[in-house]
Design a protein around this ligand. Structure first.
Ligand code: ADP
Ligand code: MG
Length: 346
């Protein structure tokens, strides 16, 4: 089922947590809401769940206006960062909880509930642990139980708010992979909140980048990484360095000198050149290269990360070069970005 968020604003008192957000979520897709803390991700997720109501704007589930529907009527499965399992219930009872508390006329018979719980345990690869209590599980296992519990009610959409945020990096990476496989098996429309770029880019079909209550960009991981549409997205999605340049007659100029890069779109005037440290070529003695003085070097695996002070104004630019590319590092390095983007200067 498609979900459509149409021009939603959400004010808390006078504070605008969402400032006009529109988003189409396609049936069966895994979409990540990605942004720094405070950008409005949780608020958007809670609005989709029905835990909050918009100050203005609409939320559609399929063709129905869901804006006035309750959480139960929307039939969503929710998993939070903190393990919200019932401590005094076994794993099996936790999973079955959502079915057991249904009104009598909508409740499956006991045997059917037990069967469903056991299927879900299988699905989240925890068979054999049904009699354990949450305290007897690892953090990663608890979150898998929370997911099974959310799936038990056969939700129309699965909403996950930083579900792996409290786990250590290694477990998080494993669960990321696991969630992707689970999603491909069950095909639930899934909205996943994270502030972790890597997690969003690796996991999602599409990524929604948010900042300050607005959507900055929506796209596939490749689109977001390869064609960020703003300085914010460029810098948030990966490492970035910036140089102030100007464009004149189809030529990029840095401090008045032509740079050997061809801007895709002409448009004369001041501009901001963004580049990624890991996408830079050394330029030998090319006259149209950028040049910097080495300020510091650190070794990282087979690479060297070099901080350069570039130009008269000593702009700090970080570049990465293979450790064996320059055994005796010169004081001055000429380079050209391989991947770069130009943005208008404000
Ligand atoms: P995120 O999940 O991206 O970190 P949130 O959606 O939680 O961001 O919050 C967005 C903004 O709205 C934040 O500045 C937060 O302080 C504010 N906010 C969220 N919930 C409330 C609330 N219930 N009352 C007041 N302000 C809130
Ligand atoms: Mg949040």
């Amino acid at each position: 089922m498609d979900i459509r968020v149409v021009d939603v604003r959400k004010d808390f008192d006078r504070y605008p947590a969402l400032r006009g957000v529109s988003l189409d979520i396609r049936s069966g897709e895994l979409i990540a809401l990605l942004g720094p803390s405070g950008s409005g991700k949780t608020t958007l997720l809670r609005l989709i769940a029905g835990l909050e109501h918009p100050t203005s704007g609409m939320v559609f589930f399929g063709d129905e206006d869901a804006s006035q529907k309750s959480v139960q009527e929307r039939n969503v499965g929710f998993v939070f960062q903190s393990y919200a399992l019932f401590k005094h219930l076994t794993v099996a009872d936790n999973i079955a909880f959502g079915l057991k508390v249904r009104p009598r006329d909508k409740r499956p018979p006991g045997a059917a509930i037990r069967k469903r719980a056991s299927e879900l345990l299988d699905l989240v690869q925890l068979s054999g642990l049904e009699k354990r209590f949450p305290a007897q599980l690892s953090g990663g296992q608890r979150q898998r139980v929370a997911l099974a519990r959310a799936l038990a009610i056969e939700p129309r959409v699965l909403l996950l708010d930083e579900p792996f945020g409290a786990l250590d990096a290694k477990v998080r990476r494993e669960l990321r992979q696991w969630l992707r496989e689970l999603h491909d098996k069950t095909g639930h429309t899934t909205v996943f909140v994270t502030h972790d770029q890597e997690e969003a880019l690796e996991l999602a079909d599409r990524v929604v980048v948010m900042s300050q209550g607005l959507i900055e960009q929506v796209g596939t991981p490749d689109e977001i990484y390869d064609s960020p549409n703003s300085p914010f997205v460029f810098s948030f999605i990966g490492e970035a360095s910036e140089l102030p340049v100007s464009v004149a007659g189809g030529q990029i100029l840095f401090e008045g000198h032509p740079v050997g890069l061809s801007p895709a779109r002409a448009g004369d005037g001041a501009a901001r050149l963004f580049l990624r440290p890991n996408s830079v070529d050394l330029a030998g003695d090319r006259p149209d290269a950028l040049r910097g003085t080495v300020a510091s070097v650190r070794r990282s695996g087979g690479w060297r990360r070099i901080n350069l002070l570039v130009g008269e104004a000593k702009h700090l630019v970080e570049i990465e070069v293979p450790a064996d590319a320059c055994h005796d590092l010169p004081d001055k390095i000429a380079f050209l970005p391989r991947y770069w983007q130009l943005f208008p200067a404000s």
